[in-house]
Design a protein around this ligand. Structure first.
Ligand SMILES: [Zn+2]
Ligand SMILES: [Zn+2]
Length: 438
């Protein structure tokens, strides 16, 4: 009887199930629990990946044996199996150093003392739309798998590896090392001759397919699930999907999400921020139209309260229009819209009855009273403030740093506008939504 049966339970098979039964059960379960088929179950992706991990371990006879004997502790916990390490190694050292000396373990690198293969971390670029809507992606990748010709021995036919003469089969050698200015200690290092394995296959006995390497490269397809609301930098772990090596369970493949910058939205946790342009008449007389296209393609229509004048830069909050919460996608953050007022252009002014307009608008400002004794006249000259700042205050040029400018709550309109083809034309009421996707 295995010490624990959780992995078998995940696949709903008895612990004495055959390899074929396990494969069949996994295929059936994977189909049933595929997150694409369970869009309303936020835990589906997790369940699916757990089953994939259970299958990874149980489908490999070596790792299944470790699991049956020691449970998950056999892979990670204390007392986990240590591959080909001689079990009496610590006794040998206790004698050697009289029990009290310092010694060091193998100096890293691949060797039989490790319990689990190395994890592979892969950055994966996602869009804000992906994180908003969720998505499953199939990824082709190459990984090392146990050579099928030699079953991971690296040897041809029945050829047996010969004991390494340098380390006499132990896999390590001793070397003297400084542990303090006046103290020497002995350090065991991986045997350079046999790469820590204690034995070597003679060149003529090597497996033709893997050339004695024990593993070969194979193309595989992995499916990852980007769940709604996953944070930027989130790590999706495919347990046991890493490179295979004989006698140790494979490491994990980890996809680290990297969100690309969006043309219209910025994200801060569950909240979103976007800039929207409204016209001068909308600012004065109100609006009722689609202000923005959401990340799922919906238009979001907003009406301003009657009689309300919108001031430049005014921010409004669209409750519940933010990002879905990770693991609880029905709960959403808020969407903040900064309303920029687009002034009419000179073309419009040429056609309008200026005298009538002046009567309609609030009066111009009068000169200050009492008038100063001296009044000089200066010319009206247009300028770009950024150019002036960059020239006159070079020390503070990091103020204009792009990273700085695009922070939540900061930035100029260029950071918000995907394209500038709407800069020149003059929006009437009910113009098109400001947000476009590329
Ligand atoms: Zn081989
Ligand atoms: Zn050796």
């Amino acid at each position: 009887m295995p010490v624990e049966t959780e992995l078998y339970d995940l696949l709903s098979v008895p612990s004495n199930a055959s390899e074929n039964d396990i494969k069949k059960a996994y295929r059936k379960k994977a189909k049933e629990h595929h997150p694409d088929k369970n869009p309303n179950d936020p835990g589906a992706a997790q369940k699916f990946q757990e089953m994939a991990a259970a299958y990874e371990i149980l489908s490999d006879p070596n790792s299944r044996e470790i699991y049956d004997e020691e449970g998950m502790d056999g892979f990670t916990g204390p007392g986990g199996r240590s591959g080909g390490m001689p079990s009496d190694a610590t006794d040998i050292f206790a004698q050697f150093f009289g029990g009290g000396a310092t010694f060091f373990d193998f100096a890293g690198g691949p060797g039989p003392s490790r319990r689990k293969g190395e994890d592979t971390e892969i950055p994966y670029q996602v869009t804000l739309e992906d994180l908003y809507n969720g998505k499953s992606v199939k990824i082709s990748m190459e990984k090392e798998v146990i050579c099928g010709t030699c079953n991971g021995t690296g040897a041809r036919g029945n050829a047996k590896p010969k004991e390494c003469t340098l380390c006499e089969g132990k896999g390590w050698t001793l070397t003297q090392t400084h542990i303090a200015p006046s103290r020497f200690g002995m350090m065991r290092v991986k045997c350079s001759e046999c790469n820590g394995e204690g034995s070597k296959i003679r060149e003529k006995d090597r497996c033709k397919k893997c050339k004695g390497e024990k593993t070969v490269k194979e193309k595989t397809r992995q499916e990852i699930f980007i769940e709604k609301g996953m944070p930027d930098g989130h790590r999706i772990v495919l347990a046991g999907a890493g490179d295979q090596q004989p006698n140790i369970p494979p490491g994990d493949v980890i996809f680290r999400l990297k969100a690309s910058q969006h043309n219209s939205f910025e994200r801060s946790g569950c909240d979103l921020l976007a800039n929207v342009k409204i016209t001068l008449s909308e600012a004065l007389l109100g609006f009722s139209r689609i202000l923005i296209t959401q990340l799922d393609g919906r238009g979001v229509s907003v009406s301003s309260p009657p009689g309300k004048i919108i001031t430049p830069g005014q921010t409004i909050k669209l409750r519940g229009e933010g990002m879905p919460t990770f693991k609880n996608p029905d709960q959403r953050g808020d969407l903040y819209l900064v309303l920029d007022i687009e002034m009419p252009n000179t073309e419009w002014l040429r056609r309008v009855d200026r005298a009538a307009l002046e009567k309609l608008l609030p009066p111009k400002k009068a000169n200050i009273e009492p008038a100063p004794e001296i009044i000089d006249v200066a010319a009206f000259e247009e300028a770009e403030l950024e150019d002036v700042r960059a020239r006159c205050f070079p020390a503070s040029s990091d103020f204009f740093d792009e990273d700085f400018a695009s922070q939540f709550g900061g930035g100029d309109e260029d950071d918000w506008e995907g394209d500038d083809d709407d800069d020149d034309d003059d929006h009437g009421m009910g113009g098109e939504p400001e947000c476009r996707h590329q």
